[in-house]
Design a protein around this ligand. Sequence first.
Ligand code: AMP
Length: 177
Amino acid sequence: MTQEQINQLKGLVRNVPDFPVPGVQFKDLTTLFKNAAAMRLLEQGLVELYRDKAITKVVGIESRGFIGGGVLAVRLGAGFVPVRKPGKLPAETVKMSYAKEYGKDTIEIHKDAITPDDVVVIHDDLLATGGTMLAAYQLVQSMKPKKVYINFICGLTFLNGRDVLPKDVEVTTLFDF
Ligand code: AMP
C-alpha cells in the first residue's frame, strides 16, 4: 500500500470524544468499514503484511477484530479462530482476565482452537493499552503454536501499548494516531 492509501484509510476513522466514558477519545472504525473502497484497501494492506508468513490460523478478538480477521483469513487461505467475551463460546475454553483502557475484562478461546502445527496471527482493530492483546497472546501461547504474530489496523501510540506486548513478537499496524 502507498502512503497515500494509508492516509486515505486513516482519514476515514471517526473520532468520538467521551465514549464509552468521559475522557476517552474513541476511534470509530465503522466509518472505514462502511466504505467499500476502504475495505478493499484494508484487505490489500493486511494481506501484504502476512502473505509470505505461512499463516495457518487468524485469531480475531471480539468483536471488531472479527471484521479484518475474517477478511485476512480468507485471503491467506487460513482458518479463523474467535477470541470472545465470557460465556459466548459453546465448547471447553481457556480464559484470561486483564485490565484495559477503561475497565477490566475477561476473554476466552476454545481449548482446541490452536495446535502446535499452527502459525498464528492475532488481529484486532485497535491497540490502546495493549491489555486485551496481551491476554489474547497468552491464551494463544498456552496452546504452543509454532509462531505467533500480532496485528492491528491502528495503534494509539501515546498509550504505549507496544511496551506491554512481548519484545520478541513482531507487531504491525497499518497506521497510528
Ligand atoms: P486495550 O486492551 O486497552 O489495548 O484495548 C483494546 C480494545 O479496546 C480493542 O478491542 C479496541 O477496539 C478497544 N478500544 C480501547 N480503547 C479504544 C479507543 N480509544 N478507541 C477505540 N477502541 C478502543
